[in-house]
Design a binder for this molecule. Structure first.
Ligand SMILES: NC(=O)c1ccc[n+]([C@@H]2O[C@H](COP(=O)([O-])OP(=O)(O)OC[C@H]3O[C@@H](n4cnc5c(N)ncnc54)[C@H](O)[C@@H]3O)[C@@H](O)[C@H]2O)c1
Length: 337
C-alpha cells in the first residue's frame, strides 16, 4: 500500500482524491492539506476515510508514513512544494504547469537528480491518459498512418475563466494550451523546433485588459519536418470541443468529442447528434484516474511515468515561445529560449 498526501484541496485536489478513493486500491490517502480548507471539504474528507485534514502542508511532508504527495495547490507554489517534497524524500505527482519559469523547473530537475533516493516525478498532463488520445498515439506509434506529415489539435473551452484568473494563470498558452502543446509532441512523437502564435481578444474584453488573449492559433514545425496547428478558444457555445488529427503518408487518424451518447436523430428537419460533454471534469474524468493509477504503479514497480519532469520543462518552453511569438509577432525557434 502506498500512503499519499494531497496538498491543495481545491478543484483538482478533490478530483484526484475522488479518483484514488474510487479506483486506485493500491493507494491510501492518509492526509489532505489546504490553508483555506472549506468546512464542507474537510467534512467530506473525514467521511471518506481521510484521517488527517490539515491547514499546513508541512505536516504531510513531515509524516514519515507518507510515501508520495500530489501537488494540487495554486500554480505559483508547485516548484517550491516540489523542492520541499524532494527534500522530504516523497514521490511527487505535480499538477501542470510545474512553474512559469524555465529556471525554477531546472532547479526542481537538479534537486531530483541529486536526491539520494530514486523518486518518481509525474506531471499532470492527463490527456495522455485519455482513451481517445491514447488510441491515436498508439496508432501513430504502430506506424498505421506512416510518416507523420501534419498534426491538428482543436481545443475550445465552453466558458472563459474570470479575467482576474487570466492575469495570474500565465495566460492562455501557459494555463490552457499547454495541454495542446504537449498533445502535439505526444501524438506525433516529434519535438517542436519552431512556432508562430497569433492571438485576439474576441470573447471577453476584460481578458484583453488583463493582458491576455482568448482566441489563439499556433503553427508549429516539428523535428521530422512535419507541420502542426493548434487552435484554441476560451468559449465554444456548444461545450468542450477537443478534437485532433494526425495525417501521414499512409492515412490519418482522427478523434471526435465524447458525448453522453452516440445517437444521431435524422428527421425531415435535419440530422442532430448530442453536444460534446460540458467541460474537462466531464470529458476527462477517466484520464485523471488513469494518470494517478500509473503514478502509484510507477512507485510500486520503480518505473518511469510516461510524462515526467522533462515533459513539464519542454511544455513550458513551448508556452513561453508562444507568448514571445505573439508579443514580437514573428516565428520563434524553441532553442531561442
Ligand atoms: N490537469 C488538469 O486538467 C488541471 C485542471 C485544473 C487545474 N489544474 C491545475 O491544478 C492547480 C490547481 O487548480 P484548481 O483548479 O484546483 O485551483 P483551486 O483554486 O480550485 O485550488 C487550489 C487550492 O490550492 C490551495 N492552496 C493555496 N495555497 C496552498 C498551500 N500553501 N498549501 C496547500 N494548498 C494551498 C487553495 O486554497 C485552493 O484550495 C493549478 O496549477 C492548475 O493549473 C490542472
Amino acid at each position: 500500500m502506498i500512503n499519499v498526501g494531497i496538498i491543495g484541496a481545491g478543484r483538482i485536489g478533490q478530483v484526484h482524491a475522488k479518483s484514488i478513493l474510487s479506483g486506485v486500491p493500491q493507494a491510501h490517502i492518509l492526509a489532505i492539506a489546504d490553508p483555506y480548507m472549506k468546512p464542507a471539504v474537510a467534512e467530506w474528507a473525514k467521511a471518506s476515510g481521510i484521517e488527517n485534514v490539515y491547514t499546513d502542508y508541512k505536516k504531510i511532508l513531515e509524516d514519515e508514513r507518507i510515501d508520495a504527495v500530489l501537488i494540487c495547490a495554486s500554480t505559483n507554489l508547485h516548484a517550491q512544494l516540489s523542492l520541499e517534497a524532494i527534500a522530504a524524500g516523497k514521490h511527487i505527482f505535480c499538477e501542470k504547469p510545474i512553474d512559469q519559469s524555465v529556471e525554477k523547473i531546472e532547479e526542481v530537475k537538479a534537486a531530483l537528480a541529486a536526491s539520494p533516493k530514486k523518486l518518481i516525478y509525474q506531471v499532470g498532463f492527463n490527456r495522455r491518459y485519455d482513451h481517445n488520445y491514447r488510441a491515436m498515439r498508439d496508432a501513430v506509434a504502430a506506424g498505421k498512418i506512416g510518416e507523420v506529415q501534419y498534426v491538428r489539435v482543436s481545443s475550445r473551452d465552453p466558458e472563459p475563466p474570470p479575467a482576474e484568473y487570466a492575469a495570474v494563470s500565465g495566460g492562455i498558452f501557459m494555463d490552457m494550451m499547454i495541454h495542446d502543446l504537449d498533445m502535439v509532441r505526444y501524438l506525433s512523437g516529434q519535438e517542436v523546433v519552431e512556432l508562430y502564435a497569433q492571438g485576439a481578444c474576441l470573447i471577453d474584453p476584460a481578458i484583453g485588459e488583463a493582458g491576455d488573449v482568448d482566441t489563439a492559433t499556433v503553427t508549429l514545425k516539428l523535428s521530422n519536418g512535419a507541420l502542426a496547428t493548434i487552435d484554441g478558444s476560451r468559449k465554444a457555445v456548444y461545450g468542450y470541443d477537443q478534437r485532433g488529427e494526425v495525417f501521414g503518408s499512409k492515412g490519418c487518424v482522427v478523434n471526435a468529442n465524447d458525448s453522453n451518447s452516440n445517437i444521431v436523430i435524422s428527421t425531415v428537419d435535419g440530422v442532430t447528434a448530442e453536444k460534446p460533454l460540458w467541460f474537462f471534469l466531464e470529458r476527462y474524468m477517466g484520464s485523471y484516474q488513469a494518470e494517478v493509477r500509473e503514478f502509484i504503479d510507477c512507485i510500486i514497480q520503480g518505473k518511469e511515468p510516461r510524462v515526467g519532469i522533462e515533459d513539464g520543462l519542454v511544455s513550458i518552453k513551448l508556452a513561453l515561445a508562444c507568448s514571445k511569438s505573439l508579443r514580437e509577432d514573428r516565428p520563434v525557434r524553441v532553442d531561442e529560449l
